[in-house]
Design a binder for this molecule. Sequence first.
Ligand SMILES: Cc1ncc(COP(=O)(O)O)c(C=O)c1O
Length: 360
Amino acid sequence: MGASAGSSASSPFKADLLSDTLTRPSKAMREAMARADVGDDVFGEDPTLRALEERVAGMLGHEAGLFTPSGSMANQLGVRLHVKPGEELIGDSLAHVVRAELGAAAVLSGISSRTWVSERGRFRAEDAASLMITGVGPYQVCTSLVIVENTHNFGGGTVQSLDEIRRARQVTRERGVAMHLDGARLFNAHVASGVPVSDYGREFDTVSICLSKGLGAPVGSVLVGSADAMAESRVWRKRFGGGMRQAGILAAAGLFALDHNVERLADDHARARRAAEAVAEAAPGVVDLATVETNIVILDVAAAGWTSAAFVDAALAGGVRTYAVGPGAVRLVWHLDVDDAGTDVAIDVLTGLVRSAPSA
Ligand SMILES: Cc1ncc(COP(=O)(O)O)c(C=O)c1O
């Protein structure tokens, strides 16, 4: 195991495929955190945090960055920046911002949301263009923001097309609508597609990325945008309760993650594919291999005669933790703390289950 390897701390599971947020900081990451030079970030005096914000902004082709404790806060700061109370954001119905941030846009910022239905979260410019409403004065809610998620979590790790994003950018520019990228897994998209993160990043007014998912840091996200936008977001971050003090300790984990854990995401993608291929061979119809693009695999366990709840319990009995994402669908997520041996165990258990439906 190299410096990029995950924690050796013991897990109660033989393979924990619940989420890529489970990664525990490795020894080398913890050492980098312990060495971090820190200061009070509310006073703008944490050098390690500054370095992380500047680095991520530069990587994504933006002027400035802002560290946040979570991806949800980074997204909600982006939303707050572009949408006035009483206006709306639009996105697909599976988007994390509309589905899993617990109504934050409405609760914290007085913003309404409308959604279109997508196939696996796949972004199409025409869906955004046909839903957005602009220039309707006092008669209807005005669209101020389009949200794109890349890769798409509930869609199953879907990588978005840069061409579609560029087409949408053209329309939104003409109509005075902003674009925010929820890039919690943008580095997975980069590794899978070969598209530089800056090519994705430049098409958006703001971008959030997470260090705490596949990149393996324990905490943290970064929002990037113009220097003015980040200055305004710094005020809102404090207002939302996200002003931090010696957070350079966390930023050091983020810098370590960017140095060591980006290119290795390809290992997670390869393991996810290997497992998906094994399941597809054991029970054709349970997984469509064309949908396996990154580190997330969605199994249609109903096609093998299972409910997702029963399947999750049976997998757990075999030491493999998975996640029910629908009555007949189960999600598997590969990450830093699931190696080849863990993948072998997962393949054994999951292929055994899809071959043998429970008796009715
Ligand atoms: C696509 C996406 N965006 C944002 C988030 C929010 O991140 P956090 O849990 O750090 O708030 C997640 C979390 O899983 C996510 O999957």
